[in-house]
Design a protein around this ligand. Structure first.
Ligand SMILES: [Fe+2]
Length: 313
């Protein structure tokens, strides 16, 4: 059967993509950001997922005010990079996994989550930036290391889904994946955030204390996060901080007990707090995964080293 072995939370700041595309990653401002993902890329190379489910939001690229699906599952064979106003990013076309995506759609819809099925869709920085951060820079004519099942969530137009709904959808996705007959190792991304506000009198708002508590509670007390109302995200984490509800789909798709194996937090990138976390299912799951256990142990040491970076952030 297929299984979700780990969850990855990552900001998806568009300026990070521009820094990669324009060769600025070694500049001091950006090196501070990219150095925090070196361990993550090492972890990803060791984990070698067969498929990644990436929860992200479209930023008026594939959708617009004409069409606002709350949850849109990409079931296509491929997803080209979107033109976000200055041409598509020079990244490979994202390969889909139509068989797994269709299976998830069937399972989740029969579990009473009314997904929108999308068979043609471009994907913007919300997806391709976290892919770069975890998989590294990939030549436009090469291939990403694994296929992707995209799940686009509306966090742009009110009303977005609640944190509880997101968490429960994650639970349904976990059940769907575990009923897929092929032996696939799956990881799931939650993207967006952390605290940031792009416009208005509070533009530039960053709340590191809120962000840190959110990251802490992903492993310590996710049920506390599930109860956070929209207005709290808006007040504490800024208007665009509501993107953080997408991380709860990722968290819901993991076991109740998880091990935080890596974390990185830095301020700012553009005008956004950059947050990143890797959660592996608790070692009971790691034992079942066999060769996955050494990576978990090894990266606990990485997590300890990352504390230094956390304090610096
Ligand atoms: Fe975003």
């Amino acid at each position: 059967m297929a299984r979700i072995v780990a969850g990855i939370g990552s900001s998806h700041v568009p300026a990070i993509g521009a820094a990669i595309d324009n060769g600025k990653t070694e500049e001091p401002y950006w090196k501070r950001v990219f150095s925090g993902f070196e361990k993550s890329q090492e972890w990803m190379r060791e984990t070698k997922p067969d498929v990644a489910i990436i929860v992200y939001n479209d930023h008026a690229s594939a959708f617009s005010v004409d069409l606002i699906p709350t949850f849109a599952l990409g079931c296509a064979a491929e997803f080209p990079p979107a033109d976000e106003g200055w041409g598509p990013r020079p990244v490979p076309v994202v390969q889909g996994h139509p068989a797994l995506a269709s299976h998830i759609a069937q399972s989740v819809i029969l579990d009473e989550f009314d997904l929108t099925i999308v068979n043609k869709m471009t994907v913007d920085h919300g997806m391709t930036v976290p892919m770069n951060l975890l998989f590294g820079k990939v030549d436009k004519n090469a291939h990403w290391p694994c296929p992707v099942v995209p799940l686009a969530v509306n966090v742009v137009m009110y009303p977005p889904p609640t944190g509880h709904r997101c968490f429960m959808l994650g639970r349904a996705i976990k059940k769907a994946v575990e009923s897929y007959p092929d032996d696939l190792k799956v990881v799931i991304f939650g993207t967006g955030g952390l605290s940031h506000q792009i416009s208005g009198p509070r533009a530039g708002l960053i709340n590191s204390k809120w962000d840190k508590a959110f990251l802490d509670n992903l492993s310590k007390d996710p049920q506390k996060l599930v109860k956070i109302p929209h207005v709290d995200y808006m007040r504490e984490a800024g208007a665009e901080g509501i993107e953080m509800v997408m991380w709860l789909i990722m968290r819901g798709a993991l076991d109740d007990k998880v091990d935080e194996v890596y974390r990185f937090y830095t301020v700012p990138a553009s005008n956004t707090a950059v947050g990143h976390i890797i959660l592996e299912n608790h070692r009971r799951g790691a034992k079942a995964a066999g060769k996955h256990k050494p990576a978990a142990v090894k990266h606990k040491r990485a997590a300890a080293r990352a504390k230094v970076e956390r304090v610096r952030g």
